[in-house]
Design a protein around this ligand. Structure first.
Ligand SMILES: [Zn+2]
Length: 76
């Protein structure tokens, strides 16, 4: 039983989806700097007029992970 589990783990661990063919697009999404606000639920590009009240620097990946969605005005 233990042997079966071990071999199962070996089979599963190296195959991470998307890892073998990284897309430039994906890397850009991860590193793109965007801004969130204290009260809003959107993330913005620098200079968006919605950022006048508050401006919290983060990355697109972090913003999405925290439940933020793209601003329809500046389209980050
Ligand atoms: Zn915006």
């Amino acid at each position: 039983m233990l042997l079966v589990l071990t071999s199962l783990c070996l089979m599963l661990s190296p195959s991470q989806p998307g890892y073998t063919h990284p897309k430039v697009n994906f890397v850009e999404t991860v590193q793109t700097v965007v801004y969130t606000t204290k009260t809003g639920e959107k993330y913005h590009l620098e200079g968006c007029s919605y950022l006048r009240q508050s401006k919290i620097k983060t990355t697109k990946k972090e913003a999405i992970a925290n439940g933020y969605t793209a601003c329809s005005r500046c389209k980050p």
